[in-house]
Design a protein. Structure first.
Length: 315
């Protein structure tokens, strides 16, 4: 993580600044972060330990350097996260000295607020919504910063950068504010809150290229590694845990894989890969013709699966 601090310091030095080095996507994201702090009273950054939220942390560092990130990180923990991701999350927040708030989906299950799914395609991913809304209410956060991008899924392409949610945490795609000439309107009514997407205009390749350029450390699970897996519906699932449901006839084999996205283990598939370095990952993404969300089984439940979850208050 020392590289991270040095990179931030370098980027703010006039000695290293030139017009040719300006990254318009980075500049936009930094502007958005500063607008959030200027317009809202209690923002929070939604952090999963994945590449997009790690990129957000770097951008937040740059936005407020040499000061510390002026808001906490919030992780809604399904309890079915990849161990590599949780280990990385804990190490990162300790080294950066930022506050981490963790709220657990298991608590909502134990309290009877949500019912855990059973069977072949069971997942806790959608159950995060209740825990997230409870956490926003508990801490009275009025702006939740997330790493969603418009290229991920068509429902997310409808989002504004400042996405207003009503007092039930729900999203109405027909009632979004115009954002002309980068004007971000943070005025909200009592009970409302806003989801903020600083990298909304980035693509998956933009994120990976930025990680490569900045020398940002990411969890090892993003790189190719040998893993016990099995095939279901043409997708590769991890068999190294007791979370992912597996039938007796689903054969476990060791494969060289990596993960393009690191959500809930029960709904996140791997891809065959030999990309063991960041430059090879970037080259692989550049050549890919399938979205990273193609490895998320929960997006395949229906044509409007993501949109329905967002309307209910999902990230």
């Amino acid at each position: 993580m020392e590289i991270l601090e040095k990179k931030v310091e370098q980027s703010d030095s006039s000695e290293h600044t030139s017009v040719l080095q300006v990254n318009p996507l980075e500049s936009e994201a930094i502007y958005i972060f500063r607008e959030v702090v200027a317009q809202f009273e209690k923002p929070v950054l939604l952090f999963s330990g994945g590449k997009d939220s790690i990129t957000l942390v770097r951008l937040a560092q740059k936005a407020f350097y040499p000061g510390k990130i002026p808001f906490p990180l919030l992780h809604i923990d399904t309890g079915h996260n990849f161990p590599e991701t949780i280990e990385f999350r804990d190490r990162l927040v300790e080294e950066l000295g930022v506050e981490l708030i963790v709220r657990n989906v298991q608590d909502a299950i134990d309290q009877g607020k949500v019912v855990e799914e059973k069977g072949k395609y069971a997942s806790r991913n959608s159950l995060q919504t209740t825990t997230l809304l409870d956490a926003l209410e508990e801490f009275k956060f009025d702006a939740a910063i997330g790493g969603a991008r418009r290229d991920e899924e068509k429902a997310r392409a409808k989002e504004r950068i400042f996405s207003v949610r009503d007092d039930f945490g729900q999203w109405d795609e027909k009632n979004q504010r115009p954002e002309l000439f980068d004007h971000l309107n943070g005025k909200i009514d009592l009970g409302q809150n806003v989801r903020v997407f600083p990298i909304s205009n980035w693509t998956e390749l933009d994120v990976w290229s930025y990680i490569e350029k900045e020398g940002i450390e990411i969890p090892s699970i993003y790189f190719a590694h040998k893993r016990k897996t099995f095939i279901r519906d043409g997708m590769i699932w991890s068999a190294q845990d007791e979370v992912v449901y597996r039938e007796e006839d689903e054969l476990v084999e060791e494969r060289m894989v990596r993960f393009r996205t690191v959500g809930d283990m029960s709904c996140t598939a791997a891809v065959l890969s030999d990309a063991v370095t960041i430059d090879k990952v970037v080259a692989e993404i550049r050549a890919s013709t399938i979205s990273e969300r193609g490895a998320r089984i929960d997006d395949k439940r229906s044509e409007a699966a993501m949109e329905k979850r967002k309307q209910q208050g999902y990230f």
